[in-house]
Design a protein around this ligand. Sequence first.
Ligand SMILES: [Zn+2]
Length: 84
Amino acid sequence: MTELQSGDHAHGASALYLLGRLDEITEAAFERHLAVCATCRQECEEFGPAATGLSHLSTEEFRAIVAGSAAEPISTDRGTGQPR
Ligand SMILES: [Zn+2]
């Protein structure tokens, strides 16, 4: 289904989100978008483990992380892109 709404710029940003390439504002917007967009949720669930190197996590575990808006800090090398 194609239900793009105006201002729905977050749609399709799941890859960037999973790679930690979004800035804080866009990341927050995308997390809100995830709550209402099943397509992006599914993308995150499918691509998440591979994109983040969390392939050791089960789909359920990863889904919990996504649903919790990364309430638990992901202690992989996701932070290597941070500005010094
Ligand atoms: Zn979406």
